[in-house]
Design a protein around this ligand. Structure first.
Ligand SMILES: C[S@@+](CC[C@H](N)C(=O)[O-])C[C@H]1O[C@@H](n2cnc3c(N)ncnc32)[C@H](O)[C@@H]1O
Length: 376
């Protein structure tokens, strides 16, 4: 409509420039929609282009309706939504995983490709090997041994926890949204024994919607993946996904940090050196990870900032890469309310991985929850 109106205006005037621009845009939209490379376009991209083309009068109402229907039926090429796909195998049968992948139908959770950890994946293992206060491994390994396999780890990343569990002989299935993190894990698995490899199954899936055709005695979500859920809807969806994979008597274990508000306030605007390690491929190089917190949203309980990875050789800065990270923090009563909303109840709660009480001295909030037995 806007286009039709401006088309009648003379070129050379301000309106004429608008007119020329609108006509160019119209031509671009038309050719973009026609010639788009379907493989590289997300469903959201396609819908946006289609909507613009319709508004610009390039697509009839019937073509618009039909294409919307077709797009709604098409799977997103990157995120899996409710359709978790086995990772790393073009032929799922070859991977022997098709029996676990399950289509639960539509979900009301907006499926958006969040390409998190694309940069961090490269540095993840070396960085956290250097983080001496990250002491959650014995806790999760002990749980896995107690409950037995298969265990499901949601947000398994590069296998920091998954690998020590499977090396103890416990079968484990891992799901993660980040292809970059899963690629690292797959590479690491190649140097494991055949027996270890045979006990691992991987899926690329979003924790809000992933559904595998299997129930587990133990589902784990170590090292704060739940802090990547930034809305109430997403938080409930993620907890509901974990609950959906529990068998009768099954337990879901996860941890988040207990927020320290003075620390958050003091960190805003500061570039802080968090971790430093030798480059595993070249010991003459040192990698430094900095984090600069940029904003704090007190209403939605999130903070956002940028990781900066710097590679140094002596005094010289050789390279640097950055990646943004937004995190949610939770308060204890909020988590208890979320459990109710996801039909879960706490079985155990700890203030550390050494199982100290969850009190004012706690650094972490570590929970074991199960499906609620009693009605609300
Ligand atoms: C801090 S890492 C923890 C990885 C691993 N559990 C560990 O302990 O090292 C958080 C992980 O959550 C994953 N993640 C973030 N958002 C996700 C989502 N919506 N669905 C599934 N995984 C997600 C990230 O890709 C990342 O691998």
């Amino acid at each position: 409509m806007f286009v039709a109106k401006t088309e009648r205006v003379e070129e050379g005037t301000a309106d004429g420039v608008l007119c020329a621009r609108a006509a160019t845009q119209k031509r671009e939209q038309k050719s973009r929609f026609k010639s788009r490379d379907k493989a590289n376009f997300s469903k959201e991209d396609d819908l946006k282009v289609l909507a613009w083309s319709f508004l610009a009068g390039n697509v009839s109402i019937w073509k618009f309706k039909l294409t919307v229907c077709a797009l709604r039926c098409r799977q997103h090429p990157v995120t899996t939504g409710p359709h978790a796909k086995p990772f790393g195998h073009s032929n799922p049968k070859a991977a022997g995983l098709e029996d676990l992948a399950c289509d639960t139908g539509r979900s009301n959770v907006k499926k958006k490709a969040v390409r998190t950890y694309t940069v961090s994946a490269k540095y993840y293992d070396a960085a956290y090997a250097a983080k001496k206060d990250l002491v959650d491994l014995p806790f999760y390994v002990e749980l896995a041994k107690k409950y037995g396999g298969p265990v499901l780890e949601i947000g398994c990343g590069t296998g920091r926890v998954l690998l020590p569990i499977v090396r103890e002989g416990v079968e484990i299935h891992g799901a993660d949204q980040s292809p970059a993190m899963l690629r690292v894990l797959k590479k690491r698995l190649k140097s494991e024994s055949r027996e270890v490899r045979s006990k691992v199954r991987l899926f690329q899936g979003d924790m809000r919607t992933v559904r595998l055709k299997k129930k587990y005695s133990l589902v784990i979500m170590p090292f704060r993946p739940l802090q990547h859920m930034h809305t109430l809807k997403d938080q409930i969806a993620a907890l509901t996904s974990a609950a959906a994979h529990l068998n009768k008597g099954g337990v879901f274990a996860f941890d988040v940090f207990l927020p320290k508000f003075e620390g958050i306030a003091a960190a805003i605007g500061q570039k802080r050196l968090e971790l430093e390690w030798n480059d595993p491929e070249d010991a003459t190089k040192v990698v430094r990870r900095y984090y600069r917190m940029e904003s704090w949203d007190k209403i939605n309980q999130t903070f956002a900032g940028t990781f900066r990875f710097e590679i140094h050789q002596g005094e010289k800065l050789l390279a640097e890469e950055t990646e943004t990270l937004r995190m949610t923090y939770y308060l204890y009563p909020q988590l208890r309310a979320l459990f109710l909303l996801a039909d879960l109840e706490a079985v155990k709660e700890y203030g550390s991985f050494a199982k100290t009480p969850l009190d004012d001295t706690a650094e972490q909030m570590v929970f074991l929850v199960r499906k609620r037995k009693s009605g609300r």
